[in-house]
Design a protein around this ligand. Structure first.
Ligand code: NAP
Length: 336
């Protein structure tokens, strides 16, 4: 029998990770805020979930619940963190506190229960937001977002990810924990969960003519959710993995993305006024590739994403209804 792994598991990335872990024969302790909620029903339907997935009720802010879920596990994936990029009225409460305290609670519980390795999901948001990084150079794992700049430019999500990742390494050092972090760029791909997460919503809106994706993510760096799940397991299972790992395809110019999409789906609406040249620095995933990470092409990711959106009717939804859905999703993110 495989030893248990703990993972916060209802969201976009976490659901694919749980599916992968179960398929490999791991026993999984998954934490969700409400195990009885319909939005977590997909987890119980996964192959081998009946035997190998146990769901625990735990909020990131509730230390005791987190410790109870981790007890008996050998490894931990810390995935959950609020993903809100707009409409933020109180960044401290909505983003910073849950990201930081969630990381502290997780790592404290890991230390207390002698967890062998903790994999923390960070983000390129913790890497790329730094005006001092020279233009045209390639960013690697040595690069960190600048906290003062994030505050000045009100990039609260980026600040929360940077602070949480730094905190994870600080606690690792203080407590002798083996912590590895993964920093994915913007994640697309088919969904397993029933609600639409933030990054998927950006792509859906883009395919419906909204420029929000370009405004939110100037760098045009993307990665497939299934490749992120593979990378998380890879860094967990590779004994000599250490430190940070960027997880991203090479940068795509938005003009090229639009050309590719127009070839694939000529009838979709696309935003006008696409910036000619993307000036953001590229990200290097060489460190991750060196330990064996392989990834899909952007074309494959977009194709599979669009097939999924079409299958569940997200693209054919009337603009007004879709606008309402987006507002509703943004409001839910902001409330949580
Ligand atoms: N998607 C991307 O493009 C992307 C890129 C880089 C990094 N990431 C990182 O990947 C991780 C997962 O993101 P995702 O894209 O999968 O988004 P997601 O589907 O929105 O997942 C976020 C998860 O965090 C949980 N969460 C938030 N606050 C919580 C709290 N106080 N207590 C317990 N759970 C809480 C949410 O639970 P509820 O369902 O109960 O709200 C949700 O399951 C995050 O750390 C994010 O920063 C995402």
């Amino acid at each position: 029998m495989w030893p248990n792994r703990d993972c916060n598991c209802g969201g976009f990335i976490a659901s694919w990770l749980v599916k992968l872990l179960l398929s490999k024969g791991y026993k999984v302790h998954g934490t969700v805020r409400d195990p009885s909620s319909e939005k977590n029903a997909h987890l119980r339907k996964m192959d081998k979930a009946t035997e190998n997935l146990q769901l625990f009720k735990a909020d990131l802010l509730d230390y005791n619940a987190i410790e109870a879920a981790i007890l008996g596990c050998e490894g931990v994936f810390h995935v959950a963190s609020p993903v809100i990029l707009s409409g933020i009225s109180n960044p401290e409460v909505e983003l910073i506190k849950p990201a930081l305290l969630g990381t502290r609670n997780k790592l404290k519980a890991c230390s207390k229960t002698n967890i062998k390795r903790v994999v923390v999901v960070s983000s390129n948001a913790a890497i790329a937001i730094n005006p001092d990084w020279p233009h045209g150079t390639i960013m690697d794992e040595r690069c960190w977002s600048d906290e003062d700049f994030c505050r000045e430019s009100e990039k609260w999500y980026c600040l929360s990810k940077k602070m949480a990742e730094r905190e994870a390494f600080k606690l690792a050092q203080e407590n002798g924990l083996d912590v590895v972090t993964l920093c994915p760029s913007l994640v697309f791909g088919p969904l397993l969960q029933s609600n639409v997460n933030y990054s998927s919503l950006l792509l859906i809106k883009f395919l419906k003519g909204s420029p929000e994706l370009i405004e939110t993510s100037r760098s045009g760096s993307f990665v497939d959710v299934r490749d992120v799940a593979d990378a998380l397991l890879l860094v967990y299972e590779t004994p000599n993995a250490s430190g940070r790992y960027i997880c991203s395809l090479n940068q795509t110019q938005y003009t090229d993305l639009i050309d590719m999409l127009k070839n694939m789906y000529p009838s979709f609406k696309y935003p006008n006024n696409i910036p000619d040249k993307n000036e953001a620095n590229d990200l290097s995933s060489e460190k991750l590739k060196k330990i064996g990470w392989k990834c899909r092409t952007l074309k494959e990711t977009i194709d599979d994403s669009v097939k999924y959106y079409q299958e569940v009717g997200l693209l054919s939804m009337d603009d007004e209804v879709f606008g309402f859905l987006s507002m509703y999703i943004n409001a839910i993110y902001a409330m949580n």
